[in-house]
Design a protein around this ligand. Structure first.
Ligand code: 3H9
Length: 708
């Protein structure tokens, strides 16, 4: 049979002319990103409209849910295709007839740059305008760094470009970014009315690139740029903020054409940076994590009310998260005093919002009215979902789930917030293992974005789909994890923390290790983290694991020795660091250093010096190797799930994309060579993952398993 000819690509841009107005519609679902087809379409349409004597003015708008969401991020790194976006923008700006951009939904990055090259802008209630390139490791590269300061001044433009924030139409009007707020999202009608107004009033072709008033106060503009430079150099290791400040300097100092050339050169530098690769990976990975088989196979159950077992730190945080999503919440505790304490923990969060002016006292009262305390599991009879957040002990969990089984209605989702226990075993305490799932929140539960959705063997697909739908309502980043000790995140943490302990016993001080980890881009190091969370938590885990630990495995006793002295960190005034009363800033403790020195002597270790690079390589290799094992065993669906877990739950720098992406950038061959070199000293700890070995042999990357 002959091959069928491929169906022609639907046009990405449509041009129609009515009553002397050319309507240029961008039609490229889902978000009208500026792919090659859109750029070509815009270029052709504007040229045609400009050349058509019957056309007196042009209206550019987007079909579907967006004006234009920006450059097509999927094209970054591919060979460039003409026309470039800066050229498209120059062509729009050069049009001899007034061009109006009518904006609804996102007009972001290159999308806003297209709008800035139009001569006037009108935006509806759903409009979101912004220059978020910085979040992708970039700067606005289609004239945004030159036109935005000329239109709204250096300070406001820098704020948009450095924060990446979106503004709505009213704020955009205040800033001078747009000329009119449309009363509805029917931007076609409202845009047409504005175009007719422009024509009736004979308003001029007003080219943003030719404006100068907003930069007339040079001293103020220079001060804004200097402040941006100072601020940017404080951001941990980020590359593009300083480049943004440089580009705005060019807007202040140079004519448009030269400024655009500077912007282009700086944009190319950002595009080539590993940070761009890391941040773009993070952008897609954060969307891809929610695409799990169960969410495709099954419909989520309806969740209109929720319950929480336990009013401790975790339980209260989870309750806040559920309340914030608008759900009524029942909290069950063992007695009235514990209920009151749980309630007060929740209330404290909302008091904080009121104090900061984020919530009115009436608003707080309305939220608190949705929280009901009880001491009897019968209070859960009507709820659609219960999340258990009690003490991490299998017998306690069994007792709780037996109660839930007795009292919850059929079809209620029964979730555990355990951070490492066997959820298959917990499910066995019920007569309905198909309804039991893990929802592992991170502390503080109402703030941390990560939610590990742990999928035991017998759970039904619609319960998994429900958990993912719930995560969206809670504004969490969900990651699907399989059952094992520690799931994805805590399992990997245990290994890289062990690598840090080995480094310490071999010669690095805990303070050097924390500094090295911060230099890599984490907000804090493992020992500062332990002091913040409470050293007793890790101690309990180590005691639990003692029975199953391989007796041949190297074990560093230093952390236990600190705990034996009652030094649990900030809450006890000392841990790895010393804390003055009320202070969260710890000071290095000579007594800890003495304990470390003693432990080295006991273990017969002659301390040696490690460079920052040597330490980072060990720390990262341990993380990547365990990450690969987690993927190889199917605990994580793909390497990207490991990346999202470490970025959103453990402070791995997002601009590196996550440990697996970072490993791809460094080169898997290099990581494996490091692991093999470290294995010379400790072959038991440094056993390379089979998956890593296979990928290196095949010359492949972790990304090749992601299918983004
Ligand atoms: C830029 O413009 C550079 C220029 O200055 C210079 C150039 C020379 N490209 O988030 P959602 C996909 S840099 C390609 O789930 P929402 C997304 O992956 C760019 N694809 O929806 C998803 O795909 P899938 C500056 C994109 O309603 C689908 O669209 N712009 C792009 O929650 C739906 O996305 C930005 O940084 C894109 N630009 O949020 C804006 N954008 O369905 C980035 C989205 O296969 N985008 N997709 O998973 C966003 O912030 C949000 O996507 C948006 C919609 C607010 C637009």
């Amino acid at each position: 049979m002959d091959a069928q000819p491929a169906a022609p690509e639907p046009a990405a841009v449509h041009l129609s002319v009515r009553d002397h107005i050319a309507f240029i519609a961008v039609d490229h679902p889902p978000v009208n990103a500026l792919s090659t087809a859109v750029r070509r379409g815009l270029m052709d349409a504007i040229a045609q409209a400009d050349a058509d004597a019957d056309v007196h003015a042009v209206l550019v708008h987007g079909r579907g849910k967006a004006f234009i969401a920006g450059a097509d991020i999927r094209e970054f790194g591919l060979p460039p295709q003409a026309p470039s976006l800066p050229d498209v923008c120059l062509r729009i700006e050069a049009c001899g007839k007034p061009v109006v951009a009518a904006i609804h939904g996102p007009a972001l990055g290159g999308g806003l740059e297209v709008a800035l090259s139009a001569h006037y802008r009108v935006a509806g209630p759903s409009a979101k305008l912004g220059l978020p390139e910085v979040l992708l490791g970039l700067l606005p590269g289609a004239g945004g760094t030159q036109r935005a300061p000329r239109l709204i001044g250096a300070e406001a433009a820098l704020d948009l470009m450095l924060s990446g924030r979106h503004v709505g139409a009213p704020e955009a009007l205040r800033l001078g970014l747009i000329d009119r707020v449309a009363t509805s999202d029917d931007v076609l009608t409202e845009g047409e009315a504005f175009v007719r107004h422009v024509l009736a009033e004979q308003m001029p072709v007003r080219r943003t690139g030719a404006l100068s008033d907003a930069l007339a106060d040079r001293a103020a503009a220079q001060a804004a740029i200097d402040a941006a430079r100072a601020e940017a150099s404080k951001k941990r290791g980020l590359f593009s903020p300083l480049k943004i400040a440089e580009a705005v300097q060019a807007a202040l100092d140079l004519p448009l054409a030269q400024g655009l050339a500077v912007e282009r050169a700086l944009f190319e530098q950002c595009l080539a940076s590993p940070q761009r690769a890391g941040l773009v990976h993070a952008f897609f990975a954060e969307r891809e994590v929610a695409k799990v088989p169960e969410a495709r196979q099954a419909q989520p159950r309806r969740i209109a009310s929720a319950g929480v077992v336990g009013g401790g730190t975790m339980g209260a945080g989870i309750a806040v998260s559920l309340l914030d999503a608008g759900l009524p919440v029942v909290m069950v505790e063992r007695d009235d005093a514990a209920v009151a304490l749980g309630r007060s923990r929740v209330e404290k969060v909302y008091d904080g919002h009121v104090a900061k002016g984020r919530l009115t006292p009436e608003g707080k009262a309305a939220v608190m009215a949705r929280l009901h305390g009880a001491t009897d599991y019968a209070a859960f009879q009507e709820v659609d979902l219960v999340i258990e957040a009690v003490f991490e002990d299998m017998a306690v969990k069994h007792a709780v789930f037996a109660e839930l089984d007795r009292h919850c209605k059929p079809g209620a989702v029964l979730a555990t917030n355990t951070s490492y226990l066997d959820i298959d075993a917990i499910a066995q305490a019920t007569s309905r293992p198909q309804d039991v799932i893990g929802l592992h929140f991170f502390s503080p539960a109402h703030i941390m974005k990560l939610l590990e959705i742990v999928v035991p063997a017998q759970v039904s697909a619609d319960v998994v789909a429900t958990a993912f739908a719930l995560a969206t309502r809670l504004k969490k980043v969900p990651v699907r994890a399989g059952v094992c000790d520690g799931f994805i995140g805590n399992r990997i943490l245990a290994v890289y923390r062990t690598a840090a302990d080995h480094l310490m016993e071999d010669g690095a001080s805990p303070y050097e290790i924390d500094t090295m980890v911060r230099a890599f881009g984490f907000p804090m190091g493992p020992y500062e983290m332990s002091d913040l969370a409470g050293g007793d938590i890790g101690w309990a885990t180590r005691k639990r694991r003692a029975a199953t630990r391989d007796p041949k495995a190297r074990y560093v006793h230093i952390a236990d020795q600190l705990c034996e002295r009652g030094w649990f960190g900030q809450k006890t005034g000392r841990g790895w660091y010393l804390y003055e009363a009320g202070s969260r800033n710890g000071q290095p403790d000579p007594e800890v250093e003495a304990i470390v020195a003693e432990a080295r002597a006991q273990a017969g270790v002659t301390p040696r010096h490690f460079t920052v690079d040597e330490m980072q390589r060990r720390y990262v290799a341990a993380m990547v190797n365990e990450g690969a094992k987690v993927v190889e065993e199917g605990i994580a669906l793909r390497p990207l799930d490991v990346d999202v877990t470490l970025v959103h739950g453990y402070g791995f720098p997002r601009w590196r994309g996550g440990p697996m992406k970072h490993a791809d950038i460094v080169g898997l061959g290099q990581i494996l060579a490091d692991i093999r070199a470290f294995a010379q000293e400790d072959p038991l700890f440094w056993q390379p993952s089979t998956l890593l070995v296979k990928l290196v042999a095949e010359g492949r990357t972790f990304d090749s398993l992601n299918q983004i």
